[in-house]
Design a protein around this ligand. Structure first.
Ligand SMILES: [Zn+2]
Length: 405
C-alpha cells in the first residue's frame, strides 16, 4: 500500500481526544485506529504486538543481523486536536501542485493561499493532501503513523536493509497532554527513540519549553454595595492589578523563538474571590524560575501594600525541556543528523514552543527527539500534508536504522 493510501485511510477515522473526559484513553474511538494498526502490523508479518487497555500499542521488529546495535524506537500518536473536528474528514488530493491558491471550499470561501502561507510555494510540483475546509486534516499525527507503517512495509519488502531491533509505539491522548502517562518504557524496550510528530522536512526538534502552571487566588470581602464604604474588598480589582503589573513583553503574543512567557489562560471570580490561571514557559530552566519568582515577588509586594495576605499563589511544574537530557545521551540525535546528511538534506534544529510526548519520555529514560512528517498548519482547516516529503521521511528512518555490512 502506498503512503498516501495509508494516510487517507487513517485520517478518515475520527480519533479526537477529549480533555474533559477522565477515561483512559479519553475517547474509546481512538481504538478504531489502534485496532486497525494492530491488524495492519499483523498483515505485515510483525509478530510481537501488544495493544493494551490504556490505548498504547507496542510492536517489535527483531534485528535481521547478528551484530550489537541499539534498539531504536519510533513513535506517533493516534489522537487529533480538540480545536477542530476530526469527524468526516474528506481529504482532497492536489497532484502536481501549481503554486497557486487552492480552493478548499468555494461555498464557505475557504482558500489555502500562498500569500497567507508562503511555505506553499516551496511545494510546487508536489502532491498535497488538504482538507475540504470543514475539519482539520489530522496529519498531526497520522502523517507520522503513515510514515512509520510505510517504513515497516519497506523493511519487509527489502530484507537487504540490515538493522538492529526496532520498537514501534503508537500512543493516544497526546493532544491533551496525557500521551505517555500510561506508556511503559519497559514494554517499549528502546535505547532511544524518535517521535514523528513535527512539521516540514529539514527541521528537527530536541529542545522544548520548561513549563509550570500558577494559580493566583485573591480573597476579597463581599458586602452589599449600598453599605460597602470602607468595608468591601473587591477581589477582581486586586486580580486585575496583579495581572497588569506583570511585564508586558513576557506574553505569548509578544514573544517567539527562545523567548519565554507568562500567559493568563483563564480568569474567573466575583467580589469575594477571584482566580487567575497562568502557564509559565521558558526553554532555560533558570529563566523559568526567575519568571516564577517575579510572580511571587509581586504577590509579596502587593500583600504588603494591602497590609493583609489576600493574594496567594500555587505554582506547579508541568514538564521540562528535554535538551539537557538529549545532550547527555546524544546517540539518537546524532544518528538522525547523520541520516539527513547522508541523504543530502540540510536539517535545522528548531526549538519547540510547547511540549512533546518525546520530552516526557526522555525524562522516563528514553531520549526522544522529534522528527518531521511533511505536514503543516496543524490543528485546523488549513492543515495539509506534502506526500513526497512524508515519503522522504521513510528514507530518513531507513538511513537511521541501516547497519552497513
Ligand atoms: Zn502531534
Amino acid at each position: 500500500m502506498s503512503l498516501i493510501e495509508r494516510f487517507i485511510r487513517y485520517v478518515k477515522i475520527d480519533t479526537q481526544s477529549d480533555a474533559d473526559s477522565n477515561s483512559v484513553p479519553s475517547t474509546s474511538k481512538q481504538f478504531d485506529l489502534l485496532n486497525l494498526l494492530k491488524q495492519e502490523l499483523i498483515d505485515l508479518g510483525v509478530k510481537e504486538i501488544r495493544l493494551d487497555a490504556t490505548g498504547n500499542l507496542y510492536a517489535t521488529i527483531p534485528a535481521n543481523i547478528q551484530k550489537n546495535s541499539p534498539s531504536i524506537g519510533l513513535m506517533a500518536h493516534v489522537d487529533t486536536a480538540s480545536e477542530m473536528s476530526g469527524k468526516n474528514v474528506k481529504p482532497n488530493v492536489v497532484k502536481n501542485y501549481d503554486g497557486k491558491v487552492i480552493p478548499l471550499n468555494e461555498q464557505l470561501q475557504v482558500y489555502l493561499d500562498p500569500k497567507v502561507f508562503p511555505s506553499l510555494k516551496k511545494h510546487k510540483g508536489k502532491t498535497l493532501v488538504t482538507t475540504d475546509g470543514t475539519t482539520l486534516l489530522g496529519a498531526d499525527d497520522k502523517a507520522g503513523i503513515a510514515i512509520i507503517m510505510s517504513f515497516v512495509e519497506a523493511l519487509k519488502d527489502h530484507p537487504e536493509i540490515k538493522h538492529g531491533p526496532i520498537q514501534i509505539g503508537f500512543t493516544s491522548d497526546e493532544e491533551i497532554g496525557r500521551g505517555v502517562v500510561h506508556f511503559d518504557p519497559k514494554l517499549f524496550k528502546a535505547d532511544f527513540a524518535y517521535t514523528l510528530d513535527g512539521g516540514p522536512i529539514g527541521e528537527i526538534n530536541y529542545e522544548n519549553f520548561n513549563a509550570s502552571s500558577a494559580v493566583v487566588t485573591v480573597q476579597g470581602k463581599a458586602i452589599h454595595p449600598g453599605s460597602a464604604k470602607n468595608q468591601m474588598i473587591n477581589s477582581q480589582t486586586i486580580a486585575a492589578a496583579f495581572h497588569l503589573a506583570l511585564p508586558k513583553d513576557l506574553k505569548p503574543e509578544t514573544t517567539d523563538g527562545y523567548e519565554g512567557f507568562i500567559h493568563l489562560t483563564q480568569s474567573i471570580g466575583g467580589v469575594e474571590k477571584s482566580e487567575l490561571r497562568y502557564i509559565i514557559r521558558h526553554h532555560d530552566i533558570k529563566e523559568l524560575k526567575k519568571q516564577e519568582k517575579m510572580m511571587t515577588d509581586l504577590m509579596n509586594a502587593m500583600n504588603k501594600n494591602l497590609k493583609q495576605k489576600l493574594i496567594h499563589i500555587e505554582i506547579k511544574p508541568s514538564y521540562f525541556n528535554m535538551a539537557p537530557e538529549i545532550k547527555k545521551k546524544p546517540e539518537g540525535l546524532n544518528r538522525a543528523l547523520k541520516a539527513y546528511q547522508n541523504l543530502g538534506v540540510n536539517v535545522k534544529a528548531v526549538p519547540i514552543r510547547g511540549g512533546t510526548d518525546g520530552a516526557n519520555l526522555t525524562y522516563k529514560g528514553v531520549p526522544t527527539p522529534n522528527l518531521a512528517t511533511g505536514g503543516e498548519n496543524y490543528h485546523g482547516k488549513y492543515e495539509f500534508l506534502v506526500v513526497e516529503d512524508a515519503e522522504f521521511m521513510v528514507k530518513v528512518l531507513t538511513e537511521i536504522v541501516r547497519i552497513k555490512v
